[in-house]
Design a protein around this ligand. Sequence first.
Ligand code: IMP
Ligand code: MG
Length: 170
Amino acid sequence: MEREILIERRFILAKVQEIAERISADYAGKEPVLIGVLKGAVFFFADLVMHLTIPCRIDFIGAASYGSGRNSSGEVRLVKDVSIPISGKPVILVEDIVDTGLTLNRIVKALRQKGPESIRVCALIDKKERREEAVQLDYSGFEVEEGFLVGYGLDYDEQYRYLPDICVLR
Ligand code: IMP
Ligand code: MG
């Protein structure tokens, strides 16, 4: 399949640095728990955490929507839970891309039941094209109108995650 670079790695890193500075300022004196959504957010998550200037803890959560390829069925299932306690802690959920908004809202709902002090959401890409549910994004990197994106952790049927830039599939 043909692909074209949409966001070069150097621009991704500059944006990650910017978000990390904002989070570090907002959480000064605190020790948030950053929770990455597997697997797509892993590259973004690692870059983000390494750019923070505050102490933090990290964990991961896994979600899958039935179906493969470009279209999700809308039915989201949690396949891996966090493994450290988050009750009473400030939590930052880190996601790669928000599309319909279903995955994010499902995860936030599950995390809320664990009684964190607060939950904020950070997403590298806010894709508006197919939004079905309103989502509250506290930190967002890039707004993209449309297209299917791969690279920097994002996949198409588990392919292309390894690409260093964010590309659009044609
Ligand atoms: P949502 O539930 O529709 O918001 O979709 C969220 C999930 O679908 C993300 O966590 C991604 O894993 C995947 N996804 C949505 N759009 C894209 C894309 O353009 N490329 C790769 N994965 C995507
Ligand atoms: Mg994902």
